[in-house]
Design a protein around this ligand. Structure first.
Ligand code: PLP
Length: 394
């Protein structure tokens, strides 16, 4: 990994040479190859997909299909038909919550992002199901708690592969094994893991997984729901309309097979093509190296933070991002001082209010590195936090 070289591929760092962007868990910056691919698509290949009988439409359809193949290969899906393009992780979760017919209760992590737990809670309310929460232990899902909660009454287990609050890889293998032993359907939130570590859906043996393109160098407005073929086939359409039907009469309608069944209306073709370019870019880097790079920079941030008085680090060792609180300032104030140093971090509840409540905090400051961050960014970040301590100490 050579972040100095990588930075050159990202126009924003030429435009803002002093920027230390450490809010990658929220969204990543885009390499020129991604924005150019989107531009090229609109300028040279733009047409609607799946319907046209002319060359240009065939080319656009082929580009859309190629993007699906790239995404499928990236997560080792069995076939591109297991890849449904959606807007983002949030939409993937809403799709599953609306369309998946399952008996039994729902088990979800208390650390779950609102986008993960709210659609499932809506489903539970509608169908009179119970929602049970796997506890967090030292920043990770507790296997012991999962073991107590998952039983023959469990229908769906939804877990975050990597929490956006703590940044540690969760013990998902063990929890998936427990879920499978009880015949529960497993839904994985891959929003943070797919961008920063190798993820293999076959090896994990998950039934469904959601992630967002914009968190992995791709454009906004494009995300993915992965589903095992038979699971997707068992699901009802989420939205109905053009592009997803086999036939329609005044009395009835029949649906296309997945993935088209879940992609009503004109899809975000340019977004998918851009995501394909992002996947190409990540493949050329090696995801194991991406993982190690994030962990290394995070370890250095954790080490530095632990030397500053009044700071409590919430992320366990080996995390890919760091969340912390300071007893001398509100997380927003820390982020504001960092902003004055041109260090961009996130502060607040990180869309995980139940977890914040459980920790009895009003929020945390979070720094999340990615492929283009350097040790210099880490130093600037630590200097900024030290200055915040000087400003706010009583
Ligand atoms: C773990 C996790 N799940 C879900 C989401 C929701 O992603 P999106 O806003 O792209 O739908 C996020 C976004 O921060 C996340 O970090």
């Amino acid at each position: 990994m050579n972040p100095e070289k990588i930075r050159k591929d990202f126009p924003i760092f030429q435009e803002r040479s002093e920027l230390s962007y450490l809010d990658n868990a929220a969204t990543t910056q885009k390499p020129e190859v991604v924005t150019q691919t989107v531009k090229n698509f609109y300028e040279k290949k733009n047409a609607n997909v799946g319907r046209g009988l002319y060359d240009l439409s065939h080319e656009a359809t082929e580009a859309y299909r190629e993007a699906r193949i790239k995404v499928a290969d990236f997560i080792n899906a069995s076939t591109p038909d297991e890849i449904v393009f959606v807007r983002n992780t949030t939409e993937a979760y809403n799709l599953v919550a609306e369309s998946l017919d399952f008996m039994g209760d729902i088990v979800v992590g208390e650390m779950a992002h609102h986008s993960e737990q709210l659609p499932l809670r809506k489903n539970a309310n509608r169908h009179g199901k119970e929602v049970k929460y796997i506890e967090t232990e030292n920043g990770k899902l507790s296997v012991e708690s999962a073991e107590k909660l998952i039983d023959h009454e469990t229908g769906l287990v939804s877990i975050s592969h990597m929490s956006n609050v703590f940044g540690a890889e969760n013990p998902v293998d063990e929890i998936i094994e427990i879920a499978k032993a009880h015949n529960a359907i497993v839904l994985l939130d891959g929003a943070q893991s797919v961008p920063r570590m190798p993820v293999d859906v076959k090896e994990l043996d998950v039934d469904l997984m959601a992630f967002s393109g914009h968190k992995m160098l791709g454009p906004t407005g494009i995300g993915v729901l992965y589903g095992k073929k038979h699971v997707l086939e068992s699901m009802e359409p989420y939205q109905v309309g053009g592009g997803m039907i086999k036939s329609v009469s005044k009395e009835s309608a029949s649906w296309e097979d997945p993935p088209e069944k879940f992609e009503a209306g004109t899809p975000n073709v340019a977004g998918a093509v851009g995501l394909g370019a992002a996947v190409d870019y990540l493949n050329q880097l090696d995801m194991e190296e991406v993982k190690q790079h994030d962990i290394e920079l995070t370890s250095k941030m954790i080490e530095g933070l632990e030397e500053i008085e009044g700071i409590e680090v919430l992320s366990p060792e080996g995390s890919s991002l760091v969340s912390f609180t300071a007893d001398w300032a509100h997380p927003h104030d820390v982020a504001e001082v960092l902003n004055q140093h041109e260090v961009a971090v996130r502060a607040g509840h990180h869309c995980a209010q139940p977890q914040m409540e459980e920790l009895d905090i009003n929020g945390s400051t979070r720094a999340s590195p990615y492929i283009y961050n350097t040790e210099e960014d880490v130093e600037k970040f630590l200097e900024g936090v030290k200055e915040a301590r000087e400003v706010f100490k009583r």
